[in-house]
Design a protein around this ligand. Sequence first.
Ligand code: NPW
Ligand code: ATP
Ligand code: MG
Length: 374
Amino acid sequence: MFVKHGMSQLTSLSSARNCTLSSSAVLRRQHFLIRSLGGGVHSNFCTQNRMQETKPLEADAENILRAITPTLDPTRHKGQAGKIAVIGGCREYTGAPYFAAISALKIGADLSHVFCTKDAAPVIKSYSPELIVHPILEESYSIGDGDKKYISGKVVAEVDKWMERFDCLVVGPGLGRDPFLLDCVSEIIKQARQSNVPIVLDGDGLFLVTNSIDLVSGYPLAVLTPNVNEYKRLVQKVLNCEVNDQDTQGQLLSLSRRIGGVTILRKGKSDLITDGEIVKSVSIYGSPRRCGGQGDILSGSVAVFLSWARQYILAAEGNVTLRPTNPTVLGCIAGSALLRKAASLAFENRKRSTLTGDIIEYLGRSLEDICPAY
Ligand SMILES: NC(=O)C1=CN([C@@H]2O[C@H](COP(=O)(O)OP(=O)(O)OC[C@H]3O[C@@H](n4cnc5c(N)ncnc54)[C@H](OP(=O)(O)O)[C@@H]3O)[C@@H](O)[C@H]2O)[C@@H](O)CC1
Ligand SMILES: Nc1ncnc2c1ncn2[C@@H]1O[C@H](COP(=O)(O)OP(=O)(O)OP(=O)(O)O)[C@@H](O)[C@H]1O
Ligand SMILES: [Mg+2]
């Protein structure tokens, strides 16, 4: 791994030593390798690396999509292809949770739930009868101070009733930033962790965990999907420095390791994915349109593919030949590749008027091209 990722990674590996590596033998070996390559040992994650950065390895996304997508087997019953829940949707934002939840269904999940505020629920229901919408979240403006404890307990208990049934949660699309609501969502995240339910954190879910990183720290089933702003905030808060474009991979690895090896999908011209061990990129051509909502499609897609990757690994009973082997990384690669392919097809048709809804309409065909139903 050291040789594969080159000098920049070595430098950041050594920087990460205090929090990620306990074995002095491993440390000695790293220092030896760094010296052999002519580098120094730095104590700071944010050290500028002036070496030419090596490109991350492009993921074999099509192969991964083919491997983890389940066959349409007539013996399977409803639910086995995935039950996803989106925690998001408030007064301001109703589109984002809808995009995430409907994308999960269009890719092939069986059931898609949305847990949102009371105001947002009828609006989201009106977009689609396919979604199961729970109007349970509350914002500060709608409750008195004296009621907060009682209502918070009720909200959390309501989601907990369902928790064990979900294959993955998507926390954040259109959630908003109301402090009371975010406190409730913190409790929901803790419950999901206790139940070992994977969590994709996006949008305001990332705003929440960036300010309370312990919520996800060390949870191997957490996936963070930051856009450019969200990534900047994460780096500033967790690594206490600015984004380093000279050492993109090294900094991404350091960030993941500092958060205990959570998976991070950094969105951009190429999507970069790491679990603190490897970095993979997905660069297949997408669309030049940057309309809002594409990240929401991605979060719903990652949730489905992550669930499928876990099923695939479980069914293989230790004989997994697919690489990488981490289901959260597989889910990110598959979700990113599918979104980008769908965006490219939508753009071919709609050009400048391409909107998120158009991209969603191409999710099915994009998967069908790679992995036909029959
Ligand atoms: N159709 C829909 O319903 C869609 C809804 N969407 C939903 O929108 C939400 C925000 O996501 P986004 O992508 O706009 O956030 P992002 O790039 O970090 O910020 C951009 C700038 O805005 C600002 N800012 C944001 N929220 C703020 C707040 N509450 N109060 C004050 N400032 C706030 C932010 O400021 P900063 O945090 O940097 O201080 C930055 O300057 C999220 O829930 C997402 O899912 C999208 O998915 C698109 C489709
Ligand atoms: N410059 C780019 N070139 C090509 N594709 C991009 C570019 N930036 C982002 N994307 C693609 O768009 C997807 C969404 O990324 P984006 O940064 O727009 O997320 P977002 O801001 O969270 O979106 P949303 O509006 O849903 O909140 C990414 O998975 C990525 O594949
Ligand atoms: Mg977003």
